[in-house]
Design a protein around this ligand. Structure first.
Ligand code: GLU
Length: 144
């Protein structure tokens, strides 16, 4: 179980994402993170409560008009910063937050590693970021 927030607006959405995470914190509170697009993709992740993520986001003066955020209740991988969402692909251009479990993630992970993808976390979620990248790289329709 987890909490997911996404926002796009003609103003800085970081406070909105953090407020959303606070409201959803009961759904997961072992770690939290957010990704913002502002001259590229920027991620901040933190173990513990949303308040810790908020402090980090302020320290890094994170700001942008489009973002996603996640508060985690770990199912695959320990509650560490590296396992916190969002997870990104190798290029750092694709960020993913996810609720639930990917049952066939081990097979997908092996397949992607054979293609050269490098995994940094222990989560099932990270396969999505690499899988999306591999589809784009092969100009495949994601719906197939
Ligand atoms: N299975 C994912 C993980 O362990 C998502 C867990 C959640 O829904 O918070 O990171």
């Amino acid at each position: 179980m987890c909490g997911i927030v996404g926002a796009v607006a003609r103003r800085n959405v970081v406070p909105l994402l953090l407020e959303g995470l606070k409201r959803l914190e009961y759904r997961g509170y072992d770690s939290a993170g957010l990704a913002i697009i502002s001259n590229g993709l920027h991620c901040v992740r933190s173990i513990g409560r949303v308040a810790q993520l908020e402090a980090q986001a302020h320290a890094e003066q994170l700001s942008g008009e489009l973002g996603i955020a996640h508060t985690r209740w770990a199912t695959h991988g320990a509650p560490t910063e590296i396992n916190a969402h969002p997870h990104t692909d190798d290029t750092g251009n694709i960020a993913v937050v996810h609720n639930g479990i990917i049952e066939n993630y081990e097979a997908l992970r092996r397949q992607l590693q054979q293609q050269g993808y490098v995994f940094e976390s222990e989560t099932d979620t990270e396969v999505i970021a690499h899988l999306v990248h591999s589809c784009y790289a092969r100009h495949q329709d994601l719906a197939r």
